[in-house]
Design a binder for this molecule. Structure first.
Ligand SMILES: Cc1cc2nc3c(=O)[nH]c(=O)nc-3n(C[C@H](O)[C@H](O)[C@H](O)COP(=O)(O)OP(=O)(O)OC[C@H]3O[C@@H](n4cnc5c(N)ncnc54)[C@H](O)[C@@H]3O)c2cc1C
Length: 382
C-alpha cells in the first residue's frame, strides 16, 4: 500500500492549481456574486483539458484515470473555484460524457464525445423526477418502442446544466411494473423535437451551475441512441452515481483546503482582547479539527479512486461511506469556518460564506446522507 503521489501526479496537480488560481478563480468570485454561469470560466477549464479528462485521446480527451481526475478536482477546489462551476463540470464530464464513454457504441462515442471533451457541447444527466429522487427506480418517464424509434414522455427536475445542454443522458422506463429492471438510458440531442427545458432554478449555493427541469413530450429518439442496451439503465445509473460519490467530491476536498488556509490566515490577523484570535484554544481546536477532517476525507476519496483504477467499477459501500462522510463533515467544517470569521463570515466579500452555501449540496445531491446511511447499514446487515 502506498499513500504517496508520484512526481508526475504532483506536477499535474500543481499545474492545474496554479492555472486555476491565477486565471480562473478571480472570474468565479464575480460570477458567484452575480449568481451566473460564466462561459469564460468554462472555456478556460476546456482550454486546460479539464472538461474531457477521462475521455480517451482518440475522442479528443486525455484518457486520465480516476486518481488523476480526483487530483484535478482537488486542485480546482483548492485554487478557489466555486462549487457551481465544479458542479457544472462534474455533471458534464462525469455524469454525461463518462456514461457515453463507458456504455456507448463506437458510433455514439464518435458522434458525442469530441464535442463534450472540449466543452463546446455541454452535457447533462437526467435521473431525478418531480416525484422520485431518493427512490430513483420509481421514475415515471416512459419510453415506448415505435418502429425504429422510442417515444419519451415525462419530466426531470434539478438537472444540472440542463438550460445550456446540447446532449442529454435521460433515464426512462419501458415497463414501470418492473421498477429498476424496466429502466433504459437514452442519449437525446437538444434539437430533438419534443424535448425542452424549464426556467433556471434559483439555488442556495453552487449558484454558477445552471439547474432546471427537462420536459419530454412525444419526444422521438432513434433506436441507435439507446445507451448500453435496453433494460440496462439501472446499472448505468448506479455507475453514474458512483462517479458522483467519488470524483465529483474531490473539489470539496480542495475547497476545504481553501477554507482552512483562509481560516488560518484570518486567525493570525484578527485581534480580540489584545491578542490574535488564533491564540485562543477554541479557535485552534477548530483549525485542528478542519485539518483532521481533510486528512480523513483525502484518504476516503483517493481510496475510492484507487479501487476504481484497480478495476472495481462498482463499489457502493465505499462510495456511500465516502459521500456521507465528505458531505456531512464537509458541511460541518464549512460552518465552523463561518463561525471562526465571526460576523464577517456571514458577508459575501469573505470567502467562507460561499463555501458554506456550496457545501450544503454535498449532503443532498447525488443521494442524500440519509440514503448513504441506508446503503451502508444494508451492507452491514446482509
Ligand atoms: C443543485 C442540485 C443539482 C442536482 N443535479 C442533478 C442532476 O444533474 N441530475 C439528476 O438526476 N439529479 C440531480 N439532483 C437531484 C438530487 O440527486 C436529488 O435531489 C436527491 O437525490 C434527493 O432526492 P429528492 O430531492 O427527490 O428528495 P426525496 O427523495 O424526496 O427526499 C426527501 C427527504 O426524505 C429523506 N428520505 C427519502 N427516502 C428515505 C429513506 N429510505 N430513508 C431515510 N430518509 C429518506 C431524504 O434523505 C430527504 O431528507 C440535483 C439536486 C440539486 C439540489
Amino acid at each position: 500500500m502506498d499513500f504517496t503521489f508520484n512526481d508526475e501526479q504532483r506536477m499535474f496537480r500543481d499545474t492545474i492549481y496554479r492555472f486555476c488560481k491565477e486565471e480562473v478563480a478571480p472570474l468565479c468570485e464575480e460570477a458567484d456574486q452575480k449568481g451566473e454561469f460564466s462561459m469564460e470560466v468554462w472555456k478556460k477549464l476546456g482550454s486546460m483539458g479539464l472538461l474531457g479528462l477521462p475521455i480517451p485521446e482518440e475522442y479528443g480527451g486525455s484518457g486520465a484515470d480516476f486518481t488523476t481526475c480526483c487530483l484535478a478536482g482537488e486542485a480546482m477546489g483548492h485554487a478557489g473555484i466555486d462549487g457551481g462551476h465544479t458542479l457544472a463540470l462534474g455533471a458534464h464530464t462525469y455524469l454525461c460524457a463518462a456514461n457515453i464513454m463507458e456504455h456507448g457504441t463506437e458510433e455514439q462515442k464518435k458522434k458525442y464525445l469530441p464535442g463534450l471533451a472540449t466543452g463546446e457541447d455541454i452535457g447533462c444527466m437526467g435521473l431525478t423526477e418531480p416525484g422520485s429522487g431518493s427512490d430513483a427506480a420509481a421514475l415515471a418517464t416512459t419510453a415506448v418502442k415505435k418502429g425504429d424509434k422510442y417515444v419519451l414522455n415525462g419530466s426531470k427536475t434539478f438537472i444540472t446544466n440542463a438550460p445550456l445542454a446540447k446532449v442529454f443522458v435521460i433515464f426512462a422506463t419501458l415497463d414501470k411494473s418492473k421498477r429498476h429492471k424496466g429502466i433504459t438510458t437514452f442519449i437525446v440531442d437538444r434539437d430533438t423535437p419534443g424535448i425542452s427545458t424549464g426556467n433556471p432554478m434559483h439555488k442556495m449555493g453552487c449558484k454558477c451551475s445552471t439547474t432546471s427541469e427537462v420536459f419530454m413530450e412525444d419526444c422521438e429518439v432513434p433506436a441507435e441512441n439507446v445507451l448500453g442496451g435496453e433494460g440496462n439503465g439501472w446499472r448505468i445509473a448506479l455507475g453514474g452515481v458512483e462517479w458522483d460519490r467519488s470524483t465529483l467530491l474531490s473539489p470539496f476536498l480542495g475547497g476545504g483546503m481553501f477554507m482552512l488556509e483562509n481560516c488560518a490566515r484570518y486567525a493570525n490577523e484578527r485581534r480580540a482582547f489584545g491578542k490574535s484570535i488564533g491564540e485562543f484554544q477554541s479557535i485552534q481546536n477548530r483549525i485542528a479539527d478542519m485539518r483532521v477532517f481533510l486528512e480523513a476525507a483525502r484518504l476516503a476519496i483517493y481510496r475510492v479512486a484507487a479501487s476504481k483504477d484497480n478495476g472495481v467499477m462498482l463499489n457502493p459501500l465505499l462510495a456511500s461511506v465516502n459521500k456521507m462522510y465528505v458531505g456531512d463533515k464537509g458541511f460541518e467544517m464549512c460552518s465552523a469556518a463561518v463561525d471562526l470569521f465571526g460576523g464577517y463570515g456571514y458577508i459575501h466579500e469573505y470567502p467562507v460564506e460561499r463555501g458554506m452555501r456550496d457545501a450544503k449540496l454535498g449532503q443532498l445531491g447525488g443521494g442524500t446522507s440519509d440514503i448513504m446511511r441506508m446503503i451502508v447499514a444494508r451492507f452491514m446487515m446482509m
